[in-house]
Design a protein around this ligand. Structure first.
Ligand SMILES: Nc1ncnc2c1ncn2[C@@H]1O[C@H](COP(=O)(O)OP(=O)(O)O)[C@@H](O)[C@H]1O
Ligand SMILES: [Mg+2]
Length: 496
């Protein structure tokens, strides 16, 4: 049995979005485990809640999202409950997120080499990092408050401009009268802005005081930390220096080399030197398969193809030495060959770096060769969950069957069967099995009662009433069973 350590454990995630039309129940009890060194694929049609799940793990939910329940354990901490500062640490460092569109994560006017070295330097400067860690929570609160105030003022200005526009364009108001009205409005605006400043000043000033105090504390801590690094270095080189004075010739050279190495290491422990940052950047570019890395180091994002840009984004994520990568449809915008290359890269990183990954896609076909485990998602729930072989060779949920039937078969060129109907409106999620209304296997109970998870093996679960012993026996569609038979034959296994 291989390593079964769980890296991220999500339990019963529930989440809603508040919108003008109502409350969108985007996640309705999502549970899964990410095992160390494995690739977990989350598969489902658009709108099933895949990206929301990723965003919830990363703590980057939009303002209208409300967590209704659940927990996400990572390194003994519930990510839904950790403070913002801790989250910040985890987000950039331990868990990396890669989106579908690499352009959105790259700065278009900065050479890519600089973007990679910057990421390395932020991570590499330990003293600065400590300083920031102490200071940022207070600084964030302070800046947020200022931003909120400014937004409120912006809104007032916007209202004023709207009203002025209306008055000026109202032919019923005489010119002189209009000017008077606008003057009155402008006066009111000034008063309102002053009122906002007066109202928010005490809070902002108090927060500013906290920032100032934290800045002193951070400086002190950073200084102490630096001093401890310096003294550790001095302790290390003192005996070498003594020896250096006592020996000669080749021995002397060897000790001098040791001293030089210690010095470089010390310098890099304080702050990644530009030369070292560049060396590491080129190394990570090579690792993600960017050819001529040292030349391309100086190019801009637009000089790279979509696939290469996605590699750069992955390289930037790797500078933080993450132990989990979340890839949200990273290949969807790419053509098939390039897609396959990115998948190979993810697979390679997983092996070489012992990374764990959550790979999100709407296309079950894409993940056949890379998934260790698969979670099939529909309407904010995981309807089937298991090892990749279990999902591909022994699927049980009609939705999984539908997804499998819609994978085009390369050999037989069998026609792609698209899934009939559309996903449900998540403001009013259907009762029972949400897929029932689109499934020809649906039974009366599917429209009434939510199916529990039926366990098929130690690792395989499916939420469908078809697995209830009282249900009539239903077989998967022929297209799916044929395909399974064929792929088993190809894999040299016998069926049955
Ligand atoms: N910011 C938002 N406001 C309102 N609804 C949202 C928001 N983001 C996502 N949703 C809704 O949540 C559901 C899940 O979305 P998402 O996770 O993006 O799906 P996908 O599986 O395609 O990644 C969808 O019904 C979507 O419309
Ligand atoms: Mg998505």
């Amino acid at each position: 049995m291989k390593n079964e350590e769980i890296v991220i454990s999500a339990k019963d995630l529930k989440l809603s979005f508040y919108t003008d039309k109502g409350r969108v129940k985007a996640l309705r009890g999502v549970s899964f485990d990410l095992y160390k060194g494995e690739v977990l694929c989350i598969v489902g049609e658009s709108g099933s809640g895949k990206s929301v799940t990723a965003k919830m793990i990363m703590g980057i939910l939009p303002g209208n999202a409300r967590i209704d329940g659940g927990s996400i354990y990572y390194q003994n901490e519930d990510l839904t409950k950790v403070s913002e500062e801790e989250f910040h640490n985890i987000r950039g460092k331990k868990v990396g997120l890669i989106f579908q569109d690499p352009l959105s994560s790259l700065n278009p006017i900065m050479r890519i080499g600089k973007q990679i070295t910057e990421a390395l330097i932020i991570n590499g400067d330990k003293v600065k990092r400590l300083y920031k860690d102490v200071l940022s929570p207070a600084l964030i609160k302070y800046k947020n408050e200022i931003q909120l105030r400014n937004l409120e003022i912006e809104r007032l200005r916007g209202d004023f401009l709207d009203k002025r526009f209306e008055i000026r364009n109202n032919n019923d108001i005489k010119f002189g009268e209009a000017t008077k009205q606008i003057q009155a409005l402008r006066k009111q605006l000034r008063l309102d802005i002053k009122a906002i400043h007066d109202k928010t000043r005490p809070t902002i000033q108090a927060l500013k005081k906290v920032v100032d105090a934290k800045r002193i504390e951070a400086r002190k801590k950073a200084k102490e930390f630096k001093a401890s690094l310096v003294s550790a270095y001095q302790e290390k080189i003192a005996p070498l220096k003594e020896k250096l004075a006592a020996v000669s010739g080749e021995e002397k050279q060897a000790i001098q080399a040791q001293l030089n190495a210690a010095k470089t290491k010390f310098e890099n422990s304080l702050r990644l030197t530009p030369a070292e940052a560049k060396r590491r950047a080129i190394k990570v570019m090579e690792e993600v398969g960017i050819p001529h890395a040292s030349r391309r180091f100086r190019q801009y994002p637009f000089e790279f193809s979509g696939g290469m840009r996605q590699r750069i984004v992955i390289a930037i994520a790797l500078t933080q030495d993450p132990d989990v990568l979340i890839l949200d449809e990273p290949t969807t915008a790419l053509d098939v060959t390039i897609q396959a290359q990115i998948l190979d890269l993810v697979k390679k990183l997983q092996k070489e770096r012992k990374l764990s990954a959550i790979f999100i896609t709407h296309d079950l076909g894409v993940v056949a060769n890379m998934a260790d485990r698969i979670a099939v998602m529909y309407a904010g729930k995981i309807v089937e969950y298991g090892k990749a072989e279990e999902i591909f060779y022994n699927p049980k949920h009609p939705y999984t069957w539908a997804l499998l039937s819609s994978i085009p078969d390369i050999d037989s060129k069998e026609r792609l069967e698209s899934i009939p109907g559309t996903p449900p409106n998540m403001i009013y999620p259907p009762k029972g099995d949400a897929f029932a209304e689109r499934s020809k296997y649906a039974m009366a109970i599917d429209f009434k009662e939510e199916p529990p998870y039926f366990q098929l093996s130690e690792t395989h679960f499916a939420a469908t009433w078809l697995l209830d012993p009282r249900s009539p026996k239903a077989d998967m569609p022929r297209i799916v069973s044929e395909r399974i038979k064929n792929s088993l034959k190809k894999a040299g296994k016998t069926n049955g």
